[in-house]
Design a protein around this ligand. Structure first.
Ligand SMILES: *Cc1c(COP(=O)(O)O)cnc(C)c1O
Length: 219
């Protein structure tokens, strides 16, 4: 089933990329494996997926320990990170998508420096302004990035957002557009992590480089 799902997903990524004249090899597909069993994850890896997205550190650690002998996997933390979990997070994650405060960035920097790592991160931006969402406000972004830039063991690679749940993905196009405009105003080389099962084509059309898919792959 995962294999058939992936064929369809790759076609849809290809179509969205064609619309904007982008090579589909420039889209990184993160398989969101939260709440999925080891067997499901191994099946996804057997289909060629290498990017693993988890939203809780504890759950990710358990899975990481079971899968770490498989070469070439990249681990993404896509959920909120509490400061007291930063120490564990820097041990396993290649990219942390959810930095949303200087306090958290400082702790990641401190823990990463202890293990001689430069931790790559994205800043999570709450573009939609929904109260329930994590992420910093768009107008706080430039200052946060400036503050983080003096830390030596954490490196900002781009921006991430989670769009609201809507019926028609066109309704969230403006959210993705706004994240891209923010990116363009700050650093054009930053990558954008945006787009999930219900809205990834629109996200790609608006400039996503990383899409995070759970249900589209596993359901
Ligand atoms: C669960 C989750 C996803 C994947 O959601 P689907 O709708 O299953 O594709 C992507 N990003 C984040 C931050 C998530 O928590």
């Amino acid at each position: 089933m995962i294999e058939e799902n992936l064929v369809r997903i790759r076609q849809r990524i290809g179509l969205a990329c064609t619309k904007i004249n982008k090579d589909s090899s420039r889209i990184t597909l993160v398989a969101v494996t939260k709440n999925r069993t080891l067997e499901e994850i191994k099946a996804a890896i057997a289909c060629g997926l290498k990017e693993i997205g988890e939203n809780r550190v504890q759950e990710a650690l358990l899975k990481y320990n079971e899968l770490k002998q498989i070469p070439g996997l990249e681990w993404h933390l896509i959920g909120h990170l509490q400061t007291n979990k930063a120490k564990e997070a820097v041990k396993i994650f290649d990219l942390i998508h959810s930095v949303d405060s200087f306090k958290l960035a400082e702790e990641i920097d401190k823990q990463a420096s202890k293990i001689n790592k430069i931790q790559e991160v994205l800043i999570e931006v709450n573009v939609s302004g929904e109260e329930s969402k994590f992420g910093i406000k768009p107008d706080e972004l430039a200052d946060l990035i400036k503050q983080i830039s003096v830390l030596r063991s954490i490196k900002v690679k781009g921006l991430m957002t989670v769009a609201p749940i809507v019926v028609n993905p066109e309704e969230v196009r403006s959210i993705f557009k706004e994240l891209r405009q923010l990116r363009d105003s700050i650093d054009a080389s930053y990558i954008l992590s945006m787009g999930m099962t219900d809205d990834f084509e629109v996200a790609i059309e608006e400039g996503a480089e990383i899409i995070r898919l759970g249900r589209a792959i596993f359901a």
